[in-house]
Design a protein around this ligand. Structure first.
Ligand SMILES: NC(=O)c1ccc[n+]([C@@H]2O[C@H](COP(=O)([O-])OP(=O)(O)OC[C@H]3O[C@@H](n4cnc5c(N)ncnc54)[C@H](OP(=O)(O)O)[C@@H]3O)[C@@H](O)[C@H]2O)c1
Length: 266
């Protein structure tokens, strides 16, 4: 019997690479994508040395509106029928909103939002034709939190992605397709350095910093079970539970103490 195939965006490092390992360990063949081809090839070699699965990779920049179609066409050319789509690629903008050029905001929304919609739109048709599939959208605890003072659009785009995931569930669950919004809290990856916010991450208490492997494992388990939302680790489950209960007016009392990085003024 042929292995199932998963496509993972942002698969060259951090949470995406750990999701790739977790799926390969479950016998999935993989298609990896990210911008840096060298890092992708290193990931391909590592995965193929560790697991008896097929791994292909395509370098693509999700800032480019043509990339989702190029990724889809690559899968078709390889005769891969993707049954699990992992929308994971992402970053943050470190500069304050008023100092960030509009062009940068548009690229950001394209990578974290529009490309997710475009890839889902392309692959969901094949999932419908083959009787089902699974979608994972890597969102964030920021989707539930009050906006941070340094990343004005990050939380809102993740909230949008959670709502998009809900919409997919409402419209496609009865046709065998599930969407899981995975909402990690602080996770130790390249994200903070790549996004220029490592200093903020350094000021977060260590009990709130989770490993990418743990986050990925919980994310994959929840997605394969068809859960609608997954908040990895007990710490962040509790935080999201409290965030949903607390009146917004009380947030500042807790947020500065628990997550100083998110609230430091720049
Ligand atoms: N780390 C955290 O604390 C945390 C918390 C909550 C949610 N998240 C979310 O988790 C997801 C994964 O982040 P991570 O923490 O694993 O960070 P990471 O280690 O920096 O990985 C990000 C991945 O996205 C790729 N990527 C970035 N920009 C891209 C673009 N324009 N086009 C295509 N690929 C791109 C990167 O590869 P290239 O640079 O080669 O393109 C890399 O593979 C993101 O959606 C992030 O918002 C992270």
């Amino acid at each position: 019997m042929k292995n199932k195939v998963a496509l993972i965006t942002g698969a060259s490092s951090g949470i995406g690479l750990e999701i790739a390992k977790s799926l390969a360990a479950r016998g999935y063949d993989l298609v990896l994508t990210a911008r840096n081809d060298k890092k992708l090839q290193t990931a391909v070699t590592e995965l193929m040395n560790l697991f008896p699965v097929k791994v292909a990779a395509l370098a693509a920049d999700l800032e480019d509106p043509d990339s989702p179609k190029a990724i889809y066409n690559f899968c078709i050319s390889k005769k891969y029928t993707v049954s699990l789509l992992v929308n994971n690629a992402g970053y943050a903008i470190a500069s304050p909103f008023h100092k960030t050029p509009m062009e940068e905001e548009e690229k950001f929304i394209r990578v974290l939002g529009i490309s997710v919609i475009a890839l889902t739109k392309l692959f969901i048709k094949d999932m419908l034709n083959s009787g089902g599939g699974q979608i994972m959208i890597v969102s964030s605890v920021a989707a539930f939190a009050p906006p941070s003072s340094i990343q004005t659009l990050y939380g809102p785009i993740k909230t949008f992605m959670n709502r998009f995931s809900e919409g997919l569930n409402v419209n496609y669950n009865h046709r065998g397709i599930t969407s899981t919004a995975v909402c990690p809290g602080y996770t130790v990856t390249n994200f903070h350095t790549a996004s220029g916010v490592q200093e903020e991450m350094d000021s977060v208490p260590s009990f709130m910093k989770k490993s990418a492997r743990r986050v990925a494992e919980e994310a994959v388990e929840a997605t394969l079970k068809g859960k609608k939302v997954c908040v990895p680790t007990k710490t962040f489950k509790l935080i999201v539970f409290l965030l949903k209960l607390l009146p917004h007016s009380l947030f500042p009392l807790f947020s500065k103490r628990l997550a100083p990085g998110r609230y430091d003024k720049k």
